[in-house]
Write a protein that binds this ligand. Structure first.
Ligand code: ATP
Length: 296
C-alpha cells in the first residue's frame, strides 16, 4: 500500500508575543493560514523500522527528522509495530517560517494512522502533535486559525481569502530557537495575561475586523531584520512592485506579499526570481480544500 499526500505551508498574517511565561515559553497570539505551496510525502508499508528518504541537503534523514519523530511517536503510542518507507519531496525552503517541517510531521501522523490501521482519537492526535512542535496542531485543521498559548492552541476562524500571494525566500535559514532566544526585552515581559483576549470573538476582532484590510504585523520581524538586512531590501522591493501588504512569516526568513492581480504578482515573481531568490506564487487554501486534500 502506498499513500501520497501534499504537505502544505502556512503563513502568519499576524504574530504577537504577549510575554514570557513562568515556564520559559513565550505566550503567542497568531493568525495562521494554510497556503497552496507544498512538499509531497509518500508513505509505503515496508519491513520493520522507519526509513526516510529526502535529497534536500539541509534535511536530515535520521531520527532527528520531524517525520521520523512523528512516526516513532505514533508507533510508541499505538504499539503499531509496523515499518514504513517515507519519501519527502522537499519543495519548501527549510527553517523558513512557513512550517515545512511541522506540516510534514502533521501529515505523517495523519497518513500513518491509515497506513498502519491505528486510528487515534483527535484529542490524542493533538497532544502527539504538540509534543513535536508548536506549529504542528494547526496542520490538523488548516484554513485560517487563531493560535494562542505556544501557538499550539488552535481555534478555527472564518477563512480569509487572498488569491494573489507571493512567497520569497533568500536562502537565509533562521532557526526558530535562535529568534526566541534573542528577543528584545520589551517583548518578553511577563505581561501576557493583561493582553490576553477575553473571548474568541474579542481575539478575532482585535486581529481582523471583517470587511477591513488585514492589519498585518509580526513582532519577530524587526529583531530578525536587524540581523539580516537583506530581508529589509526584499520587503522594500516587494512594496515597490505594488504589493498591498508585505510581511515576514513566523520566525522568518520567508517574506510574503499580497497583490491585487495575477499580473502584478507575476511581475513581482519575475523580478525576484531574476534576482536569484526562491519565489513562489500561492493563494490561500481554505479549510475545506485543505482537509479534502488530506482526506480528513
Ligand atoms: P519551518 O521551515 O518548518 O517553518 P521553522 O522556520 O520553524 O520551520 P525550525 O523550527 O528552525 O524552522 O526548523 C527547521 C529545522 O528542522 C532545520 O534544521 C531542519 O533541518 C530540521 N528538520 C527536521 N525535519 C525536517 C523536515 N521534515 N522538513 C524540514 N526541516 C526539517
Amino acid at each position: 500500500m502506498i499513500l501520497t499526500l501534499p504537505s502544505f505551508a502556512k503563513i502568519n498574517w499576524t504574530l504577537e508575543i504577549l510575554g514570557k511565561r513562568p515556564d520559559g515559553y513565550h505566550e503567542l497570539r497568531t493568525l495562521l493560514q494554510t497556503v497552496s505551496v507544498a512538499d509531497e510525502l509518500t508513505f509505503e508499508l515496508a519491513g520493520q523500522g522507519i526509513e526516510i528518504h529526502c535529497d534536500h541537503p539541509d534535511v536530515p534523514c535520521d531520527e532527528t527528522n520531524l517525520v521520523h519523530r512523528a512516526a516513532t511517536l505514533l508507533d510508541e503510542f499505538t504499539g503499531a509495530g509496523k515499518g514504513v518507507r517515507i519519501t519527502i519531496n522537499k519543495q519548501l525552503p527549510v527553517a523558513a517560517g512557513i512550517g515545512g517541517g511541522s506540516s510534514n510531521a502533521a501529515v505523517t501522523l495523519i497518513a500513518l494512522q491509515k497506513l498502519w490501521n491505528v486510528p487515534i482519537a483527535p484529542r490524542d492526535l493533538f497532544s502527539l502533535g504538540a509534543k513535536l512542535g508548536a506549529d504542528v496542531p494547526f496542520f490538523f485543521i488548516g484554513g485560517t486559525c487563531l493560535g494562542v498559548g505556544r501557538g499550539d492552541e488552535i481555534y478555527p476562524l472564518a477563512d480569509i481569502n487572498e488569491e494573489f500571494l507571493l512567497l520569497v525566500n533568500a536562502g537565509i535559514a533562521v532557526p526558530t530557537r535562535d529568534v526566541y532566544a534573542n528577543l528584545p526585552p520589551e517583548l518578553t515581559k511577563q505581561s501576557a495575561v493583561a493582553k490576553m483576549p477575553l473571548s474568541l470573538e474579542a481575539a478575532y476582532a482585535a486581529i481582523a475586523r471583517p470587511g477591513e484590510p488585514l492589519p498585518l504585523s509580526n513582532d519577530l520581524e524587526s529583531p530578525v531584520f536587524v540581523r539580516h538586512p537583506l530581508l529589509i531590501e526584499i520587503k522594500e522591493r516587494l512594496k515597490r512592485t505594488g504589493a498591498r501588504g508585505v510581511l515576514m512569516s513566523g520566525s522568518g526568513s520567508t517574506i510574503f506579499a499580497i497583490f491585487d492581480s495575477a499580473d502584478e504578482r507575476d511581475g513581482a515573481n519575475r523580478d525576484l526570481s531574476n534576482a536569484g531568490l526562491w519565489s513562489a506564487s500561492a493563494r490561500t487554501l481554505s479549510r475545506a480544500e485543505y482537509q479534502r486534500s488530506l482526506g480528513l
